[in-house]
Each structure stands twice: as structure tokens, then as C-alpha cells.
Design a protein around this ligand. Structure first.
Ligand SMILES: *Cc1c(COP(=O)(O)O)cnc(C)c1O
Length: 386
């Protein structure tokens, strides 16, 4: 993809920065719409937490997706980007009163409720406003996903959701409350999931739970299966668009929806991951005892995934055509974990070369911090360079 970076246009931009390929994002969204659109009753939301850059949100909103939020700040970002409030869902284990009130004021589509105390507070706050809050229960399905331990969320030991044993009791409680309306069940088992078997396991579990509810003559309007579809970090060029066909077909095949039910998805990484790269400049090439280091001006403050999850990102020198050599690519932050990659083959690298750290569109810019008093990286859309 080397040729695809408008590298001559990068000359005047301060590094490090995020570069987003708008065409790839639109193509990805078209694929999502086409594949989800094969099944009526499939409704896709974008998980704002993966990337809330207003330019990105704007393109996603234009394509008609709803928004999945996990904080009041994200609800505000979604509204500001023009997402209709009746397409906003809101999850989170620790919603504050202010955040719940914000959701109530905007009449969001649904609160994905994660505990009994939260349900009680939503009921109280809705009553104070003379409103009825639509709620779904986030059920912890105790389904493990084959992904990094820090990003599984659907095991009984995780902090998220309501346990299956408690489901009936919580539904009973909600049905006695005057200011909440129980409309659905919500699930989210984790992120960067590439094994469709994990989603099949979730479908099977939901089918069981639905049967249990059906025996009590309860049919919910909405089932929300969260997000989690992974991307190919090793081959961003070979697979720039995730296999949405297979993903939605898996749910179509295995989920037993009742005729009146809608199936909701909350996709983050799979929508924005591949369109973004962190562009960073080589400050020094330093000869170590047994290795050489390419020291770049971007660090874990700009892209924390390698330090936080030992995540792999493909790294390319987009300035050099010379024969590859092996480097540890490291940032300038005073932390030993500030390493983007060890023993990476890069075209022979010199000071001031530009390095692209690929597949950084999700959980990249949004997780940036000001540690070491560093400025936050900016994000640019390819559309701005034509
Ligand atoms: C993070 C999150 C998502 C999105 O996950 P991806 O792996 O980025 O698709 C969806 N739903 C909830 C509740 C989340 O917390």
C-alpha cells in the first residue's frame, strides 16, 4: 500500500499524526450495509469508543448506522455528529446520574442496563422527568472468546452485565417499575474475535435464554449481540475489509429470531480499524549492542495498543526503497513498554524517514494520552489531501 500514502503531501504536517483512508472507510461501510441488508431486521450501530474523530463519525453517520455509546461524552459526540437520538444505545457498568439524565433528555433508543442498582436509578431519574426509559439487560452469557484476556468481556468472572441466573428476577423487577420499559436483551463477548465459532456459541446461548423467556410468554423486541468482529492486523493490504458476509451469515444461520424481533449489532474495530495508520517520523537510528533501534517521534501516548495488549501492528517505512534491515521500532516515552515492534524488517531506515503503523484506526487516536506532557496527535482524512 506504500504508493497509496500521499507521502509528498505529508511533508508539511507535524508528526506523529493519524491518517485515515476515507475511500476505504466508505467501501467498508458499503460492505456492511450490503451484507447486513441481506437480512431484514438486522440493524447496525457503530461503537463510538473505537474512534470518535468527528470526520470519521460524520462519514459513518452519513451511511445510516446507529451509535453505540459507553459514556455521556460519547452520547454528546454522537449527537454532535448528527446521529439521530433514536438510534443511540448506551451501555456501561458505571453510568452516573448525569449521564443517565443526558440519555433521558435526548430520549435515546435504549439503555443497556448492567445491574439492579443501575436499573433502580434509571427508574427514579426517569420518574423525576416524567419519562419512560427503554431498557435492555446486558446479560453475561458466560461465553469465552478466543482473544486477548484483557478484551474478553463475556465470562462470568468479568465485571460486565447481569448473570444468567439473575435474568428472570431482574426482568420481574423491571416489569414492576413504572418508568422503565423492558425492550430487549444485550450481549457483548469481547473484541478482535476472528473465530466464527465464538459467535455461534453466543447465538446458541441466546437461543436457550430466549426459549426460557418464551416459556414465560416473554418475547423481547430487540436482541443486541454487541460487536467484536476482528480485523487482519498481519495483512492490512490483503484483507482491508473484514469478512462481513460471513459474520452476518453466521448470525442469520444460528440465531433463532422470532418474527417480530430486531437483531442489533455494535461494531467498532471492524469498521474503522483498517482505514487508519499512525504516521510517525524517525528521529534517530541507534546502534545497540546486538540490534539497531529506529527511534520514532510517535509513542505509546499516541498508540497504546502494543504496550497495553502486546498488540501487533504491521510497520512500514514509507520513505525508503532500500534493502530491508532489522530494527526494534521504539517511541520516545520514558517507559520500557513504549515499543511498537521488535525485530521488524524495514527498508533501510534513516533519520527523518516516515513510518506507517498500520491498522490503527480503532482504539488508536481515541486512546491517546498527554503523558510526558505530549500534545495529542491530530487525525487527517485522505479527502483533505486531494
Ligand atoms: C467495545 C464495545 C463494542 C465494540 O467492540 P468492537 O470489538 O470494537 O467491535 C460493542 N459493544 C459494547 C458494549 C462495547 O463495549
Amino acid at each position: 500500500m506504500k504508493g497509496h500514502f500521499p507521502i509528498n503531501k505529508f511533508k508539511d504536517i507535524a508528526t506523529p499524526f493519524y491518517y485515515y483512508d476515507g475511500d476505504l472507510l466508505r467501501e467498508t461501510l458499503n460492505t456492511v450495509k450490503k451484507e447486513a441488508g441481506k437480512y431484514d431486521k438486522f440493524c447496525v450501530h457503530y461503537a463510538i469508543k473505537a474512534n470518535a474523530n468527528p470526520k470519521i463519525l460524520n462519514i459513518i453517520r452519513e451511511n445510516g448506522l446507529g451509535a453505540d455509546c459507553v459514556s455521556g461524552g460519547e452520547i454528546k459526540a454522537a449527537i454532535k455528529a448528527g446521529f439521530p437520538s433514536n438510534k443511540i444505545v448506551y451501555a456501561g457498568v458505571g453510568k452516573t446520574d448525569d449521564e443517565i439524565n443526558l440519555g433521558l433528555d435526548y430520549d435515546i433508543f435504549c439503555f443497556n442496563v448492567e445491574s439492579v442498582p443501575e436499573l433502580e436509578v434509571i427508574n427514579e431519574l426517569a420518574q423525576a422527568k416524567g419519562k419512560i426509559a427503554r431498557v435492555a439487560f446486558r446479560i453475561n452469557p458466560d461465553v469465552g472468546a478466543h482473544t486477548h484476556a484483557n478484551i474478553t468481556t463475556g465470562l462470568a468472572e468479568n465485571k460486565f452485565g447481569i448473570s444468567m441466573q439473575d435474568m428472570d428476577r431482574v426482568i420481574d423487577l423491571a416489569q414492576e417499575m413504572k418508568n422503565v420499559k423492558f425492550v430487549g436483551l444485550h450481549f457483548h463477548i469481547g473484541s478482535q474475535i476472528l473465530d466464527m465459532g465464538d459467535f455461534v456459541a453466543l447465538c446458541n446461548r441466546i437461543n436457550e435464554l430466549q426459549q426460557k423467556l418464551f416459556n414465560r410468554q416473554i418475547i423481547v423486541e430487540h436482541i443486541n449481540v454487541g460487536g467484536g468482529l476482528g480485523i487482519d492486523y498481519a495483512h492490512p493490504n490483503r484483507q482491508p475489509i473484514p469478512d462481513f458476509a460471513q459474520y452476518f451469515a453466521t448470525y442469520h444461520k444460528h440465531m433463532k429470531l422470532r418474527p417480530q424481533q430486531t437483531l442489533h449489532f455494535e461494531l467498532g474495530r471492524s469498521i474503522v480499524g483498517q482505514c487508519g495508520s499512525l504516521i510517525t517520523k524517525v528521529i534517530y537510528v541507534k546502534q545497540g549492542v546486538n540490534k539497531q533501534f529506529a527511534i520514532v517521534d510517535g509513542g505509546m501516548t499516541d498508540l497504546i495498543r502494543p504496550a497495553l495488549y502486546q498488540a501487533y501492528h504491521k510497520i512500514e517505512n514509507i520513505s525508503s526503497e532500500e534493502t530491508p534491515e532489522t530494527y526494534d521500532v521504539v517511541g520516545p516515552i520514558c517507559e520500557s513498554s513504549d515499543v511498537f515492534g521488535k525485530a521488524i524488517d524495514l527498508n533501510k531506515t534513516k533519520r527523518n524517514d516516515l513510518i506507517a503503523i498500520r491498522s490503527a484506526g480503532a482504539y488508536g487516536e481515541i486512546m491517546a494520552s498527554g503523558y510526558n506532557c505530549r500534545p495529542l496527535p491530530k487525525g487527517y482524512l485522505s479527502d483533505e489531501f486531494v
